[in-house]
Design a protein around this ligand. Structure first.
Ligand code: MG
Ligand code: MG
Length: 260
């Protein structure tokens, strides 16, 4: 069921969006060559505790995972792209890192993800990341009340296809509200002009992700982490966006923190 939020409810969602933005900006800033993934998870846990927020991940146990997630952030490294479980790994020069974080503040959820390289970046990794960022920006620009879900999907696909990437549609965007995942599903590829109309008050997470040279995923032995089938690297960009009659509001925007 698709739920629409009143302007008051969208205002109530802002603290969750700001908190998720702050956590991602903080973690991104401290993620360097030599950082251990478990340290990042612990820091996020501390921030959740101090803010009186709630993790959306730690007890999360959907059909596509194996039992409760057990951590509060997703850290997907190199050939991992989604749902990466933090483990005892120390980042090396040139690692491509995707951090995905969702939390609930005052009963409202926000969900956001960012990819970047630690140390010396390879051009092909920067192009992959940049494409997911531009796809997200194009999708957000399309998230207006005269459009439909398919317009968001097509906006993402147009940017990714122009760069020659293929798109996996097994995982994509989703409604966000009191819980992390609601209707509608937003595939990262689709037909413009089709699907549910974007109504005033619809709040969604939009999340283009790509693998460099495949659209096939495999599940890691940990039962959660999704990796490319061919070992190529992945990138992921996500924001929670409120669609309103006055235009889209990016609830998880990090620009007020001076970072992208
Ligand atoms: Mg997410
Ligand atoms: Mg999401």
């Amino acid at each position: 069921m698709i739920e629409l939020r009143t302007p008051t409810e969208i205002e109530q969602m802002r603290p969750a969006g700001r908190f998720v933005a702050e956590v991602l900006a903080t973690l991104r800033d401290e993620t360097k060559v030599g950082t251990n993934l478990l340290t990042l998870d612990r820091h996020a846990h501390d921030m959740i505790r101090k803010a009186g927020a709630e993790s959306c991940y730690i007890d999360y146990a959907p059909s596509f995972g194996s039992g409760p997630f057990g951590k509060v952030i997703c850290t997907s490294i190199n050939d991992a792209v989604l749902h990466g479980v933090p483990f005892d790994y120390t980042l090396r020069d040139g690692d491509l890192v995707s951090l995905d974080f969702a939390a609930s503040v005052d009963g409202w959820v926000a969900d956001s993800a960012v990819s970047f390289v630690v140390g010396t970046a390879r051009d092909e990794d920067l192009r992959l990341i940049d494409t997911t960022q531009r796809a997200l920006a194009a999708a957000i620009a399309t998230a207006t009340t005269d459009k439909r879900i398919g317009d968001i999907s097509a906006a993402i696909a147009d940017v990714c296809h122009a760069e020659g990437y293929s798109i996996n549609t097994d995982f994509g965007g989703h409604g966000v509200g009191r819980t992390m995942h609601g209707d509608p599903h937003i595939a990262n590829n689709g037909k413009a002009g089709r699907g549910y109309p974007l109504r005033d008050g619809l709040v969604v997470a939009i999340e283009p992700w790509l693998l460099a040279t495949t659209d096939e995923l495999v599940t890691d032995a940990d039962g959660w982490t999704l990796k490319s089938a061919d070992g190529s690297r992945g990138a992921h960009s996500e924001h929670t966006v409120a669609i309103t009659a006055d235009g889209p509001i990016v609830l998880t925007d990090r620009s007020f923190l001076g970072v992208d």
